[in-house]
Design a binder for this molecule. Structure first.
Ligand code: HEM
Length: 183
């Protein structure tokens, strides 16, 4: 199985991470704050999906993050990770329920334990869609993520550059966590 899913095979399963850290501008406090979070994430393998001669294997995923003991997650994502063995292309397409969609991509070896994906606003292949309010008030310029796989853990470190009305310069909204296998 690992062969068909390339570098994504190691991510299949159920995961939890208690060491998440988010850096964002919090409107209710009118300042940038760092927020620790708990994350639960599941990635389920599927495939192949064929586009003509292209054959993709993937993982569908759902993630949720909580601050402290709150009941409702303050951030969630749903999406797909995809692997094209013929080209070494890795993709992650996901939705953030603020009205944002991302298709990020990169290239990796089939046995890579570290790889990066990125998307840019207006990018030809790897791009970002957002709603009209966000386009004016907090527009996503780019998304970059570094994935690192170790034995029974994996980590991500991501930077989302936002053009926010509160700041003249693009603002780096960052998130990182290490996920431990729970199933
Ligand atoms: C672990 C991942 C993430 C977490 C935990 C997270 C969390 C947050 C938090 C706490 C805020 C501040 C909301 C407020 O108090 O006003 C925020 C804002 C925002 N996030 Fe994220 N975020 C994550 C990933 C992303 C990604 C991947 C994107 C886009 C590709 C994104 C786009 C935005 C935008 C556009 C805002 C600004 C909304 C506004 O200013 O009104 N976030 N996020």
């Amino acid at each position: 199985m690992a062969d068909d899913w390339g570098p994504l095979g190691a991510l299949a399963g159920d995961w939890e991470g208690t060491g998440g850290l988010d850096r964002a501008y919090r409107h209710s406090e009118e300042k940038v704050i760092e927020t620790p979070y708990l994350e639960k994430l599941s990635l389920k393998p599927f495939g192949p999906v064929d586009n003509g001669s292209q054959s993709l294997y993937g993982l569908d995923y759902k993630s949720a993050m909580w601050r402290g003991d709150e009941t409702n997650p303050f951030h969630t994502e749903v999406g797909y990770w995809l692997w094209d063995a013929a080209t070494g292309e890795v993709m992650r397409g996901f939705v953030v329920p603020r009205g944002i969609t991302v298709l990020a991509g990169g290239v990796a070896a089939p046995d890579a334990v570290s790889f990066t994906l990125s998307a840019k606003q207006g990018g030809a292949q790897y791009t970002i869609g957002e709603n009209k309010y966000l386009a004016v008030n907090a527009s996503t310029l780019s998304y970059d993520v570094l994935i690192t796989v170790e034995a029974d853990t994996w980590s991500y470190a991501e930077t989302t550059m936002l053009q926010m009305k509160e700041f003249p310069e693009p603002f780096p909204h960052t998130d990182h966590n290490t996920l431990h296998r729970v199933g």
